[in-house]
Design a protein around this ligand. Structure first.
Ligand code: ADP
Length: 373
């Protein structure tokens, strides 16, 4: 089936026309730094399809936050859109531009079924003990406070691809999926289901990211509010945009940080040490939570391309029989034709893999299965 996937970020839009059975990309366009010009970017991306809607059977849209309600892909109509709009406060940077793009796409391609695929949905299987924060029950209920988790479209894609690649039933695998992009999260996947993940109620929790701090003692925020008079918007800006790698080194580009660390820049050395330490803590925690681990997979910009970060994240894991092969790790090159690379030594019991992130394919397949094809 041919599905057009439209993946709208806070500053970029990607569109890809995919054949869901072969997984092949028939056409692909990226628009970066679209800022306030999102509408015209979407118009431009859809122009080739407008004249020839017969070339496509469905359109899949990525929505970051599906809240409590949307735990699987849903066919879009006005009522569903209104419901999704009500969730915008949960993801103010991401949901509104995606909704605007959907309105545009529905107007441009009115004859086609449109589906929303949610980044939170894969984590709807989190068990209570991984989902809840230890806050009073009435506070949690009143404000809908709980962990949701994100990057679910790609984490589920990783789980499926890994199982297919290894030819092992997903029910029999315990996978730790490390999505290390500009945003970053680790997910523990047992029997094909997300059982814990490092992002929480919002994407702020967990790993050191490009511009987000990840885990911080909440007491620090109280301290900043009290002693520096920072209000909610200022804290939001600090934690979301000025922290993480950017806050530690001045840039969120891991390539530059690696080069500067090599040249002796101590801020960059520390940033890499902290980044890796945090990933390792989650790998350890999730291996214990699942009673073991069969696969550790690295995906997204840093996970796919940085042999150094992968090597550092996997150091001293011989005690769980996870052994990296340095040559395989250094020479791993992912592409559409070779979306998975084996990084493990022959003696490694745990499969160590790099997996090409492919949100568009996962979205397209989700829409196809929602259509029953
Ligand atoms: P997003 O979350 O915006 O989709 P990506 O998954 O594209 O981000 O990841 C972006 C990150 O990947 C950046 O920090 C970038 O520096 C890093 N990256 C890309 N290529 C490399 C590389 N060869 N080595 C190290 N880091 C890389």
């Amino acid at each position: 089936m041919r599905v057009l996937a439209l993946n709208c970020g806070s500053s970029s839009v990607k569109s890809a026309l995919l054949d869901t059975s072969s997984g092949r990309r028939l056409q692909e366009v990226h628009a970066e730094n679209v800022g306030s010009d999102l509408d015209s970017a979407v118009d431009l991306l859809l122009a080739p399809y407008r004249a020839d809607q017969g070339a496509i059977e469905a359109v899949a849209h990525r929505i970051v936050h599906g809240g409590e309600k949307f735990v699987e892909p849903v066919r879009l109509d006005d009522a569903v859109l209104a419901e999704i709009e009500q969730l915008s406060h949960l993801a103010p940077l991401h949901n509104p531009p995606a909704l605007a793009a959907i309105q545009h796409a529905r107007a441009a391609l009115p004859g086609l079924p449109h589906f929303a695929v949610f980044d939170t949905a894969f984590h709807s299987t989190l068990p209570d003990h991984a989902r809840e924060y230890a806050l009073p029950a009435d506070v949690r209920r009143r404000y809908g406070i709980r962990r949701f988790g994100f990057h679910g479209i790609n984490h589920s894609h990783v789980a499926r691809s890994v199982a297919a690649h290894l030819e092992i039933d997903p029910q029999k695998l315990r996978i730790i999926s490390c999505h290390l992009g500009n945003g970053a999260s680790v997910t523990a996947i047992e029997q094909g289901r997300s059982v814990d993940t490092s992002m929480g109620m919002t994407p702020l929790e967990g790993l050191v990211m490009g511009t987000r701090a990840g885990d911080v003692d909440p007491g620090v925020l109280l301290q900043l509010q009290r002693s520096d008079d920072l209000d909610a918007d200022e804290l939001d800006d600090l934690l979301n945009k000025r922290s993480g790698l950017k806050g530690l080194t001045g840039t969120n580009d891991m390539r530059e940080i690696e080069q500067r660390a090599n040249a002796g820049d101590q801020d960059c050395v520390l940033a890499i040490d902290m980044y890796v330490h945090r990933v390792r803590k989650y790998i350890g925690a999730y291996a214990v939570a699942m009673g073991g681990v069969d696969v550790i997979a690295f995906t997204a910009g840093v996970g796919e391309h940085s042999a150094l970060i992968r090597r550092r994240c996997l150091e001293r894991l011989e005690f769980i029989c996870a052994v990296l092969d340095p040559t395989r790790n250094d020479s791993a090159k992912l592409s559409t034709e070779h979306p998975i690379a084996n990084l493990g030594a022959p003696s490694s019991r745990v499969h160590l893999l790099a997996v090409r992130a492919d949100e568009e394919l996962a979205m397209a397949r989700a829409a196809a299965s929602a259509l029953g094809k």
